[in-house]
Design a protein around this ligand. Structure first.
Ligand SMILES: NC(=O)c1ccc[n+]([C@@H]2O[C@H](COP(=O)([O-])OP(=O)(O)OC[C@H]3O[C@@H](n4cnc5c(N)ncnc54)[C@H](OP(=O)(O)O)[C@@H]3O)[C@@H](O)[C@H]2O)c1
Length: 275
């Protein structure tokens, strides 16, 4: 039997690191901690080593297409593909940050939506039959969708929305944010929120495509919210620990062999949420 392999993006700290910790304990196979910065990644591996865990490391900056391709090629050569992919890497500007909103929109959408999309464009080629793909989104996508105008809500909820249409909508948000027009055009006033709406809708689209193009491969792809978690992103007052935040992503990553669902869903606390 070939060795199975799990890959977690942005896992040198926070929920990603906790996800690697849990997978090291529960996943039967090799677990890759990945980070854009090699020093931070190797330090995180050492920290887990001191807990008796043995993750492996590979550099992976999702904002860099070459880095994504290099990593995918490595996993293809060494393992024949990937069994579990958790797209966890993301960024969020702090509320107090004074960077102009248009720039915040561009930078946030780049990593959280466009680069995560690039991850799947490349890794969909190497995801193995029986694979599990988890896109770490946010509860902000639920409240944010309700704050979109009706036209946008209908487009995002349309089960026939295409990837091209979604990409155009995300780009439109960035363009309108740069002109300071996003609110009057019906968008919620949060770049992170819009990026996570985009990621959740993208997950629905990618799951639909997997069902159509690889109907017999049993690959399950879902989005989830980890909850409100004490990390550098969310701050020290959040109720959940990183290990608690990792529970739903890990649950989706370890859905048993032969499971047919959930697929193309958005979950929090291990439950499918309607949104
Ligand atoms: N914390 C919460 O309450 C909460 C709630 C809902 C959803 N989430 C989601 O949960 C996920 C993890 O968040 P977190 O709270 O653990 O945040 P975090 O502590 O800020 O960690 C984010 C991780 O993503 C990495 N990253 C950022 N840009 C990257 C890139 N271009 N390539 C590779 N890695 C990159 C960071 O690396 P560096 O160390 O190099 O910056 C870091 O390892 C995110 O998707 C976030 O949106 C979090």
């Amino acid at each position: 039997m070939p060795i199975r392999v799990a890959v977690v993006t942005g896992s040198n700290k926070g929920i990603g690191l906790a996800t690697v910790r849990a997978l090291c304990k529960q996943f039967e196979g090799d677990v890759y901690l990945t980070a854009r910065n090699v020093g931070r990644g190797e330090a995180a591996v050492k920290a887990l080593n001191s807990e008796g865990l043995k993750p492996l490391f590979h550099q992976l900056d999702i904002d860099d297409l070459n880095s994504i391709k290099t990593a995918a090629e490595f996993f293809k050569q060494k393992y024949g593909g990937v069994d579990v992919l958790i797209n966890n890497a993301a960024i969020a500007f702090k509320v107090a940050d004074t960077t102009p909103f248009g720039i915040q929109a561009e930078v946030t959408l780049k990593t959280n939506f466009f680069s995560t999309r690039n991850m799947w464009t490349v890794f969909s080629e190497i995801i193995k039959p029986g694979g599990r793909v988890v896109n770490v989104s946010s509860m902000n996508c639920v409240s944010g969708l309700k704050k979109c105008n009706l036209d946008l809500q209908q487009r995002f909820r349309n089960e026939n929305i295409t990837e091209e249409e979604l990409v155009k909508l995300m780009q439109r948000f960035v363009d309108e944010a740069k002109k300071g027009e996003h609110k009057e055009r019906g968008w919620p006033d949060g770049a992170y929120t819009v990026s996570k709406i985009g990621l959740t809708v993208l997950s629905v689209i990618h799951a639909r495509r997997l069902s159509k193009e690889r109907p017999n491969d049993g690959i399950l792809l879902n989005a989830c919210c980890p909850g409100w978690v004490r990390t550098d992103m969310a701050g020290p007052t959040a109720p959940k620990s990183p290990d608690e935040g990792a529970v739903t992503p890990v649950y989706l990553a370890l859905l048993p062999s032969g499971a047919k669902e959930p697929h193309g869903m958005y979950l929090s606390d291990k439950e499918v949420q309607l949104w």
